[in-house]
Design a protein around this ligand. Sequence first.
Ligand code: NAD
Ligand code: DAU
Length: 348
Amino acid sequence: MKILVTGGAGFIGSHVVRRLVMTYPEYHIYNLDALTYAGNLENLTDIDQAPNYTFLKADITDASHIQTLFETYRFDKVVHLAAESHVDRSIKDPLAFVRTNVIGTMNLLNACTSIWKEDTENNLFYHISTDEVYGSLGADGLFTEETSYSPNSPYAASKASSDHFVRAYGETYNFPFIISNCSNNYGPNHFPEKLIPLFINNILEMKPLPVYGDGNYTRDWLYVLDHAIAIDTILHKGKVGETYNIGGFNEWKNIDLVHLLCDMMDDTLSRKRGTSASLITYVKDRPGHDKRYAIDASKINKELGWKPSVTFEEGLKATIDWYLNNKTWLEQVTSGDYQDYYTKMYQS
Ligand code: NAD
Ligand code: DAU
């Protein structure tokens, strides 16, 4: 079994690659990644010498390179995570999101259809998507697999578009696909542009913690290793043509989460309680900011037996400890271009 994981050097992808390489020595796992600012092979140094692992540097927007790789390696299954993933960047440069998330996905779909046409039974295109495609919830309710798409950011629109193309290939070409839509992940190796790792880094550096708007936006948080387990479960037990929602049953208002994180960081760093919270700074809101996300993950629970295994307090503690024990990783990813990004994003 040759499994291609795209975006395997990124945050979630690296946890998926590690899990598949270590759990299934009988499979060969190919990690295809362009190594953008978000891709980092340091995330995989513990498994990169494994005999069942190969890294392929490639850009999914390069159709002919992707086609050549598929003809050379003839992958049996694809787990597609490669994407531009940050909402704030999508507001500044939407076209980059169309290129990678829409056209890049199309290139993979076309490469798959070209080599899988005789045998779809053992093949699968597993597309990793997000709950952001559903838009925003009010105070009540949950996103189910039947919720209609209503994306509000260029990032969400590009992911929704790619989901539609995957589904359309299923209908039109009898293409074997599964889609899963997951809520906000957190954990080790998370690039410090997203809320939790950015705030951990800023607390360490005693820099302001920029809370958008009034801070009363709600997200449903899932520990990244639980997402990797869910992906493994769907890959092996999911039904072709189906969609599965994945979530943490774990809703937090941003400001409450930030206070919890501040207290936990103060305790871990032996600082006086209130030290980190004093860094909280309310800043201009994100345009089109979705009020609330919350996932109904009962389908994957009932049909495939998956549920989160880590509580939020356990996951957050493990995450904080990981960043404290991996300061070199953090220093490397926050040097160079990151400083320009931070200035443009937070000082304009
Ligand atoms: P990430 O930004 O950390 O990693 C993305 C990876 O894709 C990087 O390794 C990057 O180098 C690679 N990549 C980007 N453009 C590429 C291209 N053109 N060709 C090849 N590789 C390219 O992202 P993440 O947070 O790990 O998210 C992974 C996937 O999961 C994405 O599809 C995202 O939409 C989805 N998702 C993320 C979350 C979350 O909370 N982070 C939640 C639900 C779904
Ligand atoms: O819901 C799944 C999505 O979760 C994924 O598809 C995306 O790839 C991932 O980035 C994430 O999107 P969010 O926009 O929800 O995550 P982010 O960490 O950027 O923001 C979380 C919340 O915190 C959101 O309400 C915005 C707010 N925020 C974020 C940043 C970076 C702040 O208040 N200040 C900040 O500096």
